[in-house]
Design a protein around this ligand. Structure first.
Ligand code: P6P
Length: 344
C-alpha cells in the first residue's frame, strides 16, 4: 500500500474500489466530481468576506428560508459539476423545489445524488463553519422511467454518503461502505489528502448538542432526556454542552470526540426541523459506519422510506450507547411524565 499520507481522496477510493472487480469506474469518478465541487465551493467560502458574495440574495428557497448568495453559488456548482460525465440521472437539492433530471447523452446514468449544498448558511456572515452534505443512491428504474422510486429510497440503500465541513480547514468525510474516512484539503496542491482513516465514534457520548432554547417546546420526555444528559445517568456523569447551530460542524465534532446531536420535534415542528433525504440519512450512514447510531426517536433513521423529497424528521445521532438509550427512553410512554416520577 503506497504511503497513506500522500493518498488523495480519488486514489483512496480507487484503492477501495479494487474490492469490486466489476466496478466500471463511474462511482469513483462521481466521488471525484463531488470532491472537485467541494474544492470550488471551499474557495468561495474561504474568500466570501473578500468579495461581494457575502450576505443574502433577498430571495427565499422552497423551505421559505432566506437564500444566502453562497447557497446559490454552492447549489449551482453541485448541479454543474456532479454527474457532468453521465454517471448521474437525477439530482435533488435543498435549494430546489423539485428534483432535476440529468440529460444523459452518454454514460450510464447509474446514480441518483441528493444534497444540501451549503448547510448552516445562516451562519455564513458570522464566519461559523458550514458544510455540504450528499447522498448517492443507485438508480432502480429504467432510464426512461426514472421517478420517485429512484429518489425516495431509504438510507439503508445508500451506496455512499458524506459531507464537507468548511472550517479552520476544509475536510471531506465519506463512507462508500468500507469504513468512514476523512480527507483534509491541502490548498497548496488543491488535493484532499487522507488524514483521518477509518474514523470510529466513541461508544458513549461525552458531549450533547441541542438547541436548549427550544426546551419550552419539547415534550416532557425530551426535557427529561436532556436533563439526564446534563446531570448524568447511572452509567455516566453529566456531559459537556456544545452547539454551534451548524449541523455539519456539530455532527463532525460529535463524530470525532464522541457525542450525541439532538434535533427533537417541537410544537412548531412536530416532525422536527432537519430533512431526512439530504441531512439525516447521509449523516446516519456515516454514524453507523463509524460504529454509532441514528434514530428518529422510534427506530433507525436508515430504515425510513421518504414520502417526499423535503420531508423532515426528528434526529438523534452519534455515539451508539447514548442514542440507543434516548430511543429506549422515548419508547417508554411513562418516561418523563411527572405522574410516573421522572421515569427510569
Ligand atoms: P436551530 C441550519 O439552519 C440548520 O439547518 C442546521 O445546520 C442546524 O443544525 C439547525 O438548522 C439549527 O437549527 O433551530 O437550532 O437554529
Amino acid at each position: 500500500m503506497p504511503n497513506k499520507n500522500l493518498m488523495n481522496v480519488e486514489s483512496h477510493i480507487l484503492e477501495m474500489q479494487r474490492l469490486h472487480p466489476s466496478a466500471s469506474g463511474d462511482f469513483t469518478s462521481l466521488l471525484g466530481d463531488i470532491a472537485f465541487a467541494a474544492k470550488i465551493i471551499a474557495r468561495e467560502v474561504t474568500r466570501a468576506g473578500l468579495v461581494d458574495i457575502l450576505g443574502s440574495t433577498g430571495a427565499s428557497n422552497v423551505q421559505g428560508e432566506t437564500v444566502q448568495k453562497l447557497d446559490d453559488y454552492a447549489n449551482a456548482v453541485m448541479l454543474k459539476v456532479v454527474g457532468r460525465r453521465g454517471q448521474v440521472c437525477l439530482m435533488a437539492s435543498e435549494e430546489l423545489a423539485d428534483p432535476v433530471r440529468v440529460d444523459i447523452r452518454e454514460g450510464s446514468g447509474k446514480y441518483v445524488v441528493v444534497f444540501d449544498p451549503l448547510d448552516g448558511s445562516s451562519n455564513i456572515d458570522a464566519n461559523v463553519s458550514i458544510g455540504t452534505i450528499f447522498s448517492i443512491y443507485r438508480r432502480r428504474s429504467r432510464l426512461a422511467a426514472i421517478g420517485d422510486a429512484d429518489l425516495l429510497q431509504p438510507g439503508r440503500d445508500l451506496v455512499a454518503a458524506g459531507y464537507v465541513v468548511y472550517g479552520s480547514s476544509t475536510m471531506f468525510v465519506n463512507t462508500t461502505g468500507h469504513g468512514v474516512h476523512g480527507y483534509t484539503l491541502d490548498p497548496g496542491i488543491g488535493e484532499f489528502l487522507l488524514s483521518h482513516e477509518n474514523i470510529k465514534i466513541p461508544f458513549a457520548a461525552g458531549i450533547y448538542s441541542v438547541n436548549e432554547g427550544n426546551e419550552p417546546r419539547w415534550s416532557p420526555a425530551v426535557r427529561e432526556i436532556v436533563r439526564r444528559l446534563k446531570y448524568g445517568r447511572q452509567e455516566s456523569g453529566g456531559m459537556s454542552a456544545r452547539y454551534i447551530g451548524s449541523l455539519v460542524a456539530d455532527f463532525h465534532r460529535d463524530l470525532l470526540y464522541g457525542g450525541v446531536f439532538l434535533y427533537p420535534p417541537t410544537d412548531r415542528a412536530p416532525e422536527g426541523k432537519l430533512r431526512l433525504l439530504y441531512e439525516a440519512a447521509p449523516l446516519a450512514l456515516i454514524a453507523e459506519h463509524a460504529g454509532g447510531y441514528a434514530s428518529d426517536g422510534r427506530g433507525p433513521i436508515l430504515d425510513l422510506v421518504p414520502r417526499e423529497v423535503h420531508q423532515r424528521t426528528p434526529l438523534y445521532v452519534g455515539s451508539r450507547e447514548t442514542v440507543m438509550w434516548i430511543e429506549k427512553m422515548l419508547g417508554d410512554p411513562t418516561f418523563g411524565d411527572p405522574a410516573f416520577g421522572a421515569g427510569d
